[in-house]
Design a protein around this ligand. Structure first.
Ligand code: NDP
Length: 464
């Protein structure tokens, strides 16, 4: 694997910096690889390659692009075990989740886009106008570390299906799994320049992509603060921006809910990937009649989550991605000012572990209830009736996801009132082809499925 190179114009090439960045295993604190520290000059080379490839790729019939995405899916599927292992090493996701989610989800998303493109929707007419959907152009994709392949594929597969060309900058903390995608792209025979990789820091490479005059659209996933900076950089040239940002999602347990299931699934959702999940249900809102039982059950469930080696079958919580992230999460725990009912348990000395932590009686206005912690930390609050539940849930500057448990029609009525991009009723499964994105400060735009494809298209009306 070429971890010492960037991928630009269909070739593995050196960075102009000549420097590298270390990649650490957060479970062992060992350096496991080095990747190039890319530069603004590298970004410029990659954007030029993507621009040169754009006309040809945009004119390639969508069904042909779909066939190539099918080949990419085949080549990436052959690397599924490697994907799970790599994410286990660079992020610390426990192996089972690494296989099912970190490898399984992007493969499902890629397959979905190959199928969508292979069978394009016929063009529509409105009166005497033909409505044509065309690719936006050169896309800069900037992705974080928590689902390091899924977040890349959600952008890259949709953009390529739409006919855009792409320059990708993965997170400096988890750049290794992206190399597996680029190996697969090389093998699948994507045309030169259609997909380019520049590894490096956000402040150097990310900022260069966001501010590059020839990047037509920036698709970003990460923190709200960085999303704001990316938006500002793109605004100067009126470039399109898609933002998938943070969340502080509420899991509402109504008075007629199946309490045991709602709490167990709720804790599992909040702790998935050590809580480093933008859609995590980090606030559990429980009807007052069920509250004490819910707190007891949540505490017992959290105590059953074993921290440790991600490659050990019994591990439910791996480390956080970095020392900085662990310290940040510890800070939230120390400042919580609520009743801790689970947490502070022993964790391995080496590695950036935090024990599964549950706080009860959390003030809905407190930092813990308002800020994205991005660690295995659950905040439980009581509500009086459905109206009160909706009010507390919507009292957030975020609006990404949520859950509601109770009699289906009543739960649906509550779900309709939540100001969030997604709601799961009674534990319904994630749908990888349904639109995904946020209200309020959780983002702009939608990813996945046909809505995700449309993000990367322009719309033209031709009168005839
Ligand atoms: P960032 O938002 O800073 O990182 C996301 C991506 O943006 C990375 O590729 C990063 O590069 C890049 N980036 C950083 N600065 C810039 C910039 N000025 N211009 C362009 N790109 C840039 O998240 P952090 O890693 O700092 O995480 C901090 C917090 O953000 C977390 O604790 C969590 O609360 C939240 N977060 C939320 C995510 C979500 O999915 N909702 C995902 C990740 C974080 P690099 O990392 O390589 O420097």
């Amino acid at each position: 694997m070429n971890r010492d190179s960037l991928y630009i114009g269909g070739r593995w090439v050196s960075s102009t910096s000549g420097h590298t960045m270390a990649v650490e295993n957060p479970a062992t604190e060992e350096i496991i690889a080095h990747v190039p520290a890319g530069t603004g000059e590298d970004v410029h080379r990659a954007v030029s390659a993507a621009r040169a490839a754009f006309d040809g790729w945009a004119r390639t019939p969508m069904a042909e692009r779909g066939a190539l995405l099918g080949k990419l899916h085949e080549a990436l599927s052959a690397r599924a075990a490697d994907i799970a292992k790599t994410v286990g090493l660079e992020l610390g996701t426990p192996l089972k989740v690494a296989k099912n989610v970190q490898a399984g989800l992007p493969l499902a998303v890629l397959r979905g886009y190959a199928d969508l493109a292979a069978d394009p929707v016929p063009e529509e007419s409105i009166g005497h106008s033909l409505i044509v959907h065309e690719p936006v152009g050169v896309v800069g994709a900037i992705t974080p570390w928590n689902y390091p392949l899924h977040q890349v594929v959600a952008k890259v597969a949709a953009a390529l299906a739409a006919g855009c060309t792409v320059v990708l900058k993965p997170s400096e903390l988890t750049p290794l799994v992206a190399y597996l995608l680029f190996d697969a792209a090389d093998e699948a025979g994507l045309p030169d320049g259609v997909l380019n990789l520049v590894t490096g820091t956000g402040t150097e490479v990310g900022a260069a992509i966001a501010g590059h005059p020839d990047v037509d659209m920036v698709s970003f996933t990460g923190s709200t603060a960085t999303g704001r900076a990316v938006s500002h950089a793109a605004a100067d040239r009126i470039a399109r921006v898609a933002l998938e940002l943070g969340g502080k999602s509420a899991n509402i347990i109504l008075s007629d809910a199946d309490l045991t299931k709602a709490v167990k699934v709720g804790v599992g959702n909040a702790f998935l990937n050590s809580g480093q999940t933008c859609t995590a249900w980090t606030r559990m809102l429980v009807h007052r009649d069920l509250y004490d039982s819910a707190v007891e059950l949540a505490a017992a469930t959290a105590q059953g989550y074993r921290t440790g080696d991600p490659f050990d079958e019994g591990t439910r919580l791996g480390p956080l991605v970095s020392a900085g992230q662990r310290d940040r999460v510890r800070g939230f725990i120390e400042r919580a000012g609520a009743r801790m009912v689970a947490g502070a348990a022993d964790v391995p000395d080496k590695g950036y572990f935090v024990a599964g932590t549950v706080f009860a009686d959390v003030d809905p206005a407190s930092e813990l209830a308002q800020e994205e912690v991005f660690g295995p930390v659950l905040a439980i609050m009581a509500f009086d009736d459905d109206e009160d539940a909706v009010r507390i849930a919507n009292n957030s500057r975020y609006g990404l996801a949520g859950g509601v448990w109770g009699e289906p029609e009543r739960a649906l009525a509550v779900a309709r009132r939540l100001r969030t991009g997604a709601v799961d009723l009674n534990g319904a499964a994630f749908n990888p082809v349904a639109p995904f994105g946020g209200y309020k400060q959780s983002g702009v735009g939608r990813e996945l499925g046909s809505y995700g494809l449309a993000e990367f298209q322009q719309t033209k009306a031709i009168q005839r």
